[in-house]
Design a protein around this ligand. Structure first.
Ligand code: PLP
Length: 413
């Protein structure tokens, strides 16, 4: 008899974005004459073409595959050396952060990494996530058995939720001394969904907390390219002590427009430790290396060449221009919402604008209201956690024309 992983059966309802898609499809079926007017600012998917340097590098890589002399078969499971070197140099050493080439692990994107990393950690870790939160962290931990059952009204038993509210500026605070200490803490800056960035002092407090409790920080920097706040670390390794207790997740999805191409990486410094039940410290780096070499043959050669090209002078200029484009969208959306009297957060160092719903509307109610009356798809804050109730998220990943049209339509509803 084959047994099922019963942890999967605990997963509450649908994942947020399929639920949004279901509602949009239902609306389109109900009002087919309005379907083509729908503007999607819900899911955070990029819209603009890839940087030309990445396209050229990938085409060049395909040419190599067409020749016996330059053909490539299986590559290293953790990524080609030159690509790891370009990343370690470009994203870390050039900024004065000591990260070795072999501390970079290439992957097909950070959504997978945020869950897959749990494989090298023991069962029974107490996990902390922010509320609201990027849902993939939570669902991955449910699947791995790191939580209990779903709680009616939102959340899972056994999971620690760090409330992020208007009062704390939507930034996670370290738990009080009398609260049970989590073993693993997911932090995301710039944040999805709230668009806020964590300041240096708060990041330092988290690293100190991790040291004190021998906990790990999972620092999701998928939106790092949008962070231009000099007071907010772009990498957790800017914080002293992070090399011992933090794993960083990065993605080319929102910097190089790779959502469809698929490439990201984890940074796992050799000094990062976790503990056996007997209390022996074990370095995670060899385990993560082993995991990759056993469970994968790595990221496509052509994709890695495309990612590497983003670190050339031209690639960097193109990434900057792409990010500037979405940031201008974010500014238009943020200012448009503010002109309408909506209270907003984010959208300055992140491609998401987080807005309070107008009085009298809850999250899903306002989602439906905007869908039906403005034909604009947003993301209801409640879909990201209980503390997201009363808010909605607008994604700046869209064409300029659509973003301007969204602002006009919001003014009319
Ligand atoms: N982390 C956060 C916070 C995200 O919002 C996303 C994607 O939207 C990801 C990770 C996943 O990125 P990737 O496309 O690299 O899997």
């Amino acid at each position: 008899m084959a047994y099922v992983n019963e942890h999967y059966l605990k997963l509450a309802a649908g994942y947020l974005f399929p639920e949004i898609a279901r509602r949009v499809t239902a609306f389109a079926a109900d009002r087919p004459e309005l379907a083509k007017e729908i503007i999607r600012c819900g899911i955070g998917d990029v819209t603009e073409p890839l940087p030309a340097s990445a396209i050229r590098a990938m085409c060049g890589a395909y040419e190599e595959l067409a020749n016996r002399a330059t053909f490539k078969g299986y590559g290293p499971g953790t990524g080609y050396e030159s690509v790891r070197a370009a990343i370690a140099e470009g994203d870390f050493r050039a900024r004065g952060l000591a990260i070795a080439d072999d501390e970079i692990f290439l992957s097909d994107g950070s959504k997978g990494d945020c869950g897959n990393i749990l494989e090298i950690l023991g069962s029974g870790n107490r996990i902390a996530v922010t509320d609201p939160v990027y849902p993939a962290y939570v669902d991955a931990n449910v699947m791995f058995g790191n939580t209990g059952a779903a709680i009616v009204g939102g959340g899972y038993e056994g999971m620690t939720y760090l409330p992020c509210t208007a009062e704390n500026g939507f930034l996670a605070e370290v738990p009080s001394a009398d609260a049970p200490a989590p073993d693993i803490i997911y932090l995301c800056s710039p944040n999805n969904p709230t668009g806020t960035v964590m300041d240096r002092a708060r990041a330092e407090a988290w690293i100190a907390y991790a040291h004190k409790h021998r906990a790990l920080i999972f620092w999701d920097a998928a939106y790092e390219a949008y962070n231009r706040d000099p007071n907010a670390p772009k990498s957790i390794y800017e914080i002293e002590g992070a090399h011992d207790c933090a794993i960083e997740f990065r993605s080319f999805s929102k910097s190089g427009g790779f959502t469809g191409v698929r490439c990201g990486y984890t940074v796992l410094p050799k000094r990062v430790m976790a503990y056996t039940r007997a209390g022996t410290a074990v370095a995670l780096h060899p385990l993560w290396t082993r995991r990759w070499n056993t469970r994968s043959n790595g990221v496509s050669y052509t994709v890695q060449r495309g990612a590497e090209a983003l670190y050339t002078a031209e690639g960097k200029r193109e990434v900057r221009a792409l990010v500037d484009f979405y940031m201008e969208n974010a500014r238009i959306l943020r200012e448009g919402c503010e002109r309408l009297g909506l209270k907003t957060w984010g959208g300055e160092h992140a491609p998401y604008v987080w807005c309070a719903t107008p009085a009298g509307h809850d999250s899903w109610g306002f989602f439906e209201h905007l869908l039906r009356n403005a034909r604009v798809v947003t993301t209801p804050g409640a879909g990201f956690g209980r503390c997201g109730e009363g808010y909605f998220r607008i994604s700046a990943f869209n064409s300029r024309a659509n973003v301007e049209e969204v602002v006009r339509r919001l003014a009319r509803v």
